[in-house]
Design a protein around this ligand. Structure first.
Ligand code: PLP
Length: 372
């Protein structure tokens, strides 16, 4: 089955009693037992499982071509479950510009538990050199990365990892399963902030982890999900399933708009540099073309006149809203360094765009009037 069909049907069940075509929202936290003490409906208590979460996990696993999926209350909770599943003392290799909130989680919650090296994952030799025999257990890829849109070669990294028995997880939030399929390129796990493109409307918080196959590590992720309970509410599951139905079409619109905007910015004399994997000027455009079917809706650019000019542009936008996050139908713009805080290595003259689904001419006019 094709992704468009999976997206619409794999997260839905026609209600057997009312025949409602759209699966209803099940808010009950608890489920009735029969006379023998069994649970004939297949559910016990909603921290462990719930009909809406089960449907969400089903569509997530099917869309990714995975064995199983766990839905979480946020992307960070999904990442945390995998980090927590590693044995204490494990060594992790992670992208040097990985999403700053996950880096903060690793550094502040796991500092005495995990040993982490942040590496430029576009440098395969640097990855090989960072591997510690016996203790390296996980390589954490994020591609394209946030906010520099760096590209890592998923297949090549997975080949290096598998020769050392190391697991690979790819944060695929920017690309979505519509444009990039890490499990097919050899990754063991794929992670998402479903707050972004899966939800698609900036009104739910969620995360997901999908596994290629059964393993002890995966069993522990599932255990952490149901025992720690960082799970999405039935309503958020319902909304995410609803959002996923249009994901393939939304992603095409995001990518088409982002490409036009990237080309416009590249021609603009006040723009210093555009970071978008779909541009031939991107240093790893060839790798991006190999592993992505399109390049997504996220891009960043720097202003030739520096930080003050960047902040002025951010304040002058009329259609783009100045706000963090991404993946909604509305366009957002952000001065990224100031959101990431003092430890940020992001250039101070950089603005990040989450390109929405408005008419692209209106978005370009907005950028033109703000940049001048
Ligand atoms: N990964 C990426 C690439 C992100 O952009 C984000 C959030 O911005 C996350 C993970 C974390 O997701 P959440 O905010 O849902 O916890």
């Amino acid at each position: 089955m094709k992704l468009e069909t999976i997206a619409i049907h794999a997260g839905n069940k026609i209600d057997p009693t009312t025949k409602a075509v759209i699966q209803p929202l099940t808010l009950s936290t608890t489920f009735q037992r029969d006379e023998d003490g069994n649970y004939p409906g297949g559910f016990v208590y909603s921290r462990a499982d719930n009909p809406n979460r089960q449907s969400l996990e089903n569509v997530l696993a099917k869309l990714e071509g995975g064995f199983d999926a766990c839905a979480f209350a946020s992307g960070n909770a999904a990442g945390a479950a995998l980090f927590q599943s590693l044995e204490p003392g494990s060594h992790v290799i992670a992208a040097d510009d990985m999403y700053h909130g996950l880096k903060a989680l690793i550094n502040q919650v796991f500092p005495n538990i995990l040993d982490v090296d942040y590496i430029d994952l576009s440098d395969l030799e640097a990855i090989k050199a960072a591997i510690k025999p016996h203790t390296t257990k996980l390589i954490w890829i994020e591609t394209p990365s946030n906010p520099l849109l760096k590209v890592a070669d998923i297949r090549a990294i997975c080949e290096i990892a598998s020769t050392h028995g190391i697991k690979v997880c790819c944060d695929n939030t920017f690309a979505s399963p519509i444009f990039q399929r890490p499990l097919e390129l050899g990754a063991d796990f794929v992670m998402y902030s479903s707050t972004k493109y899966f939800g698609g409307h900036s009104d739910i918080l969620g995360g997901a982890m999908i596994a290629a196959e059964a393993s002890a590590l995966w069993a522990q992720v599932r255990n952490i999900q149901s025992l720690s309970g960082a799970v999405p509410s039935p309503f958020d599951c319902y909304m995410t399933v609803r959002g996923i139905k249009t994901l393939p079409y939304r992603m095409r619109g995001h990518a088409a708009n982002a490409r036009e905007i990237a080309l416009f910015l590249q021609r603009h004399p006040k723009v210093e540099k555009v970071f978008y994997p779909g541009l031939e000027s991107h240093p790893l455009h060839n790798v991006a073309r190999e592993q992505m079917s399109d390049f997504g809706g996220m891009l960043s650019f720097t202003l030739a006149e520096g930080e003050a000019a960047a902040r002025k542009v951010a304040n002058a936008m009329e259609i783009f809203t100045q706000a963090t996050s991404l993946g909604g139908v509305e366009s957002l713009l952000e001065h990224r360094a100031s959101v990431e805080g003092p430890a940020s290595k992001t250039p101070k003259n950089l603005l990040r765009l989450s390109v929405g689904l408005e008419a692209v001419d209106d978005l370009i006019d907005d950028l033109q009037q703000a940049i001048g």
